[in-house]
Design a protein around this ligand. Structure first.
Ligand SMILES: [Zn+2]
Length: 432
């Protein structure tokens, strides 16, 4: 493999710097002249460690009409990601060593981003019996994170057992916090807008009650817990208090919860239907502040591709979920102060370093220095782009940002020194 020279990139904390990549790793950082190297002119571009997504629905196996590991990881690369954690709610469910190994192998074959499978907590996501957690942890996929996402692990006994189990090998549980009895039939956030529209409400306390319970269970067992898609102000309070006590708690927020509100439901456009639902303006403000402060550790996309027939129907029949991978960086920049005011070091922490640490992906979330794997992305902080659903790399089209002009473009993404995206376009050949 020819050496790669990134010329004059803006490195966090260093300013304009050259980066030399050899055999998939960073070889040198500084002022470099390298004859014979492939050179990428990065003048004016910010170099970020490759983004890491803790929460991606790749839909394969089982719903390849909505997304595949290949199309989902192409979307990831386009969004600046070098690693994604694949949620377990595929068909069949990723509740055995066989399925998680299949998902990991599909990721390697595609070559656009590292795919780290998340294992199910319970068999079939049914919340009754523990899945083969040990077998998945000791499989070739080396699963560390387990989640029934899409469903809450509602049974406290099952949650306690799961926490005790993952603690034995340093794993963690990622909880979709939703007390199911409180959200039966729910269609959107419970509040003034749902009352006006006459849609059944999803009360914020359904999330907060489970987060409070699981913080206590995590403290009682001494295990690690991670909260998926935190969406309410009161959830942030509970997590802040838990962290202050030293509980092993981490949390993520989704881009759509940092930008959109339940007012969007007035359109009755199912593209805005998501679980947990879009909340109030006051929640958005608290979530943004919590992300900046670090009470919320990471941005995670909850990228949820859906086939047209599952979204282009009436609100009540539509499946919840939105695309996220190709727009998350831009929305994160907006939420953290806009392109002129964003702190790139903080952005790198919340979108790359922290999620890599939480997932245990040691080769990702690393700032460039000699010896580390060359997983990084080059972004243009001054550019803007307009979201055109037909142009997205995802197989699905359910983006809530269609037609919006967003800040910051991904110019190039490198996975172990190989370009997966170059000049803003996906590279078609990813194998060496
Ligand atoms: Zn979820």
């Amino acid at each position: 493999m020819t050496d790669l020279l990134i010329k004059s990139a803006d490195l966090i904390g260093k300013g304009r710097t050259d980066v030399l990549v050899r055999d998939g790793r960073i070889a040198e950082v500084g002022s470099i002249s390298a004859k014979g190297a492939d050179t990428v002119d990065a003048d004016g571009l910010v170099l970020l460690p490759g983004l890491v997504d803790l929460h991606t629905h790749l839909r394969e196996p089982g719903r390849e009409d909505a997304e595949t590991v290949l199309t989902g990881t192409r979307a990831a690369a386009k969004g600046g990601y070098t690693a994604v954690c694949a949620m377990a709610n595929s068909y069949p469910v990723a509740d055995t060593a066989g399925v998680v190994e299949q998902v990991a192998a599909l990721g390697r074959a595609a070559g656009y981003a590292d795919v780290q499978p998340i294992g199910a907590v319970s068999v079939g996501l049914e919340g009754k019996r523990l899945a083969e957690i040990g077998a998945m942890a000791h499989s070739a996929a080396e699963v560390r994170m387990f989640s029934d996402d899409g469903h809450c692990v509602a049974d406290p006994v099952l949650m306690r057992r799961a926490l005790e189990y993952v603690k034995t090998f340093g794993g963690l549980i990622a909880q979709h916090a939703e007390e199911p009895r409180l959200t039966e039939g729910a269609q959107m956030n419970e509040g003034a807008v749902s009352a006006e529209l006459g849609l059944p409400g999803w009360p914020s306390v359904a999330e907060e009650a489970i987060i409070a319970r699981d913080v206590l269970l995590a403290e009682y067992t001494g295990a690690r817990i991670h909260f998926c898609h935190v969406s309410t102000a009161r959830s942030v309070d509970i997590i802040r208090e838990a962290k202050a006590r030293g509980a092993k708690v981490t949390a993520e927020v989704c881009p759509h919860h940092l930008l959109l509100t339940d007012e969007a439901a007035r359109s009755y456009d199912p593209v805005y239907k998501v679980n947990p639902p879009l909340r109030r303006e006051a929640d958005v403000a608290v979530l943004r502040a919590a992300l900046a402060e670090g009470v919320i550790d990471a941005v995670a996309t909850d990228h949820a591709p859906h086939a047209l027939q599952d979204k282009q129907c009436e609100w009540a029949a539509a499946r919840p979920g939105m695309l996220g991978l190709e727009t998350a960086l831009s929305i994160s920049v907006l939420a953290l102060g806009g392109p002129a005011g964003v702190d790139w070091d903080l952005l790198a922490e919340r979108t790359s370093r922290a999620p890599a640490r939480i997932a245990g992906l040691e080769a990702h979330g690393r700032d460039p220095r000699p010896g580390v794997e060359a997983n990084f992305t080059l972004v243009d902080p001054a550019a803007t782009w307009t979201v055109v659903p037909e142009d997205l790399a995802s197989l699905s089209r359910n983006t809530p940002y269609a037609g919006m002009e967003l800040p910051v473009t991904v110019q190039a993404t490198f996975l172990r020194g190989r370009a997966t995206v170059l000049n803003g376009k996906i590279e078609e050949e990813t194998t060496e």
